[in-house]
Design a binder for this molecule. Sequence first.
Ligand code: NAD
Length: 279
Amino acid sequence: FLIDYSPSWSSIKMRIGFIGAGKMAQALARGLINSGRIGAENIIASSPKRDYQFIDQCKTLGLTTTHDNSEVVHKSDVIVLAVKPIHVSKVTSEIAPALSREQLVVSIALGITIRNIESLLPTKSRVVRVMPNTPAVVRAGASAFAMGSACRDGDAEIVKDLLSTVGFAVEVPEVQIDPVTGLSGSGPSYMFAAIEGLADGGVKVGLPRDLAIKLAAHTLYGAAKMVLETGVHPAQLKDDVQSPGGSSIYGMHKLETGGLKGILIDAVEAATNRSRATG
Ligand code: NAD
């Protein structure tokens, strides 16, 4: 049932290396493998010895693993910086001596600017900043990426092609990366809370919990799919399902009394500001 954003089904002839083997690296690696376009044998991930659980999880996915970040650089065409923002400058300085201009560095770290990363790498290093989200794990991610000053023609296509294996991908100016973080980067957690709330409502009016969660999740999924596939404005789709005096408008009245849209706007703005403050 997933929407296929992949530009083509040809395999990707590239080795991908993840510096950091945590949740996001695994989500992206799993999405890439599940797309069938890149084999697990072409993906390597590193993590320090103390974080052995991440290494074990990556081994289960079939990835090559190491504790040595330089090994990732030696064995990859595209190097993804997938560590927490606080560790970015340390790992970037560490890999700098092993990096060549033939390699592309892709950072997914929250709030760390392209200029920041470029300043720690050899001059003319090709840097891309990506804001992905966790639904990449089921190939329904939404990623935006911004290109660094030394990127070449074709680099944007490489990144879009890779990210498209795990969902929707779009190039944006770097100034939009923080707003993207506030919306799609952080948005899955808002929508999990929405699913939980709808399911609680279902349970309150008598549905079994399992069924309520499934119905709530399919409802969000279906609504999103209608927006994407029909191209009709969401306000129009909302109006279309509300018959005069029907149950939907009664429910909608409650949502608006609670300020649903205002709360969502506040959430995106707060997360955007948080991302800006991290940078
Ligand atoms: P995580 O804690 O799950 O993973 C971090 C990984 O970095 C771990 O494997 C850890 O062992 C490793 N690490 C720590 N120090 C290291 C070092 N010196 N060398 C190599 N590896 C090291 O974190 P995560 O949730 O996967 O987030 C990773 C990045 O992705 C962050 O910068 C975050 O801002 C960004 N991001 C996360 C999400 C999300 O939804 N989780 C969404 C968008 C972007």
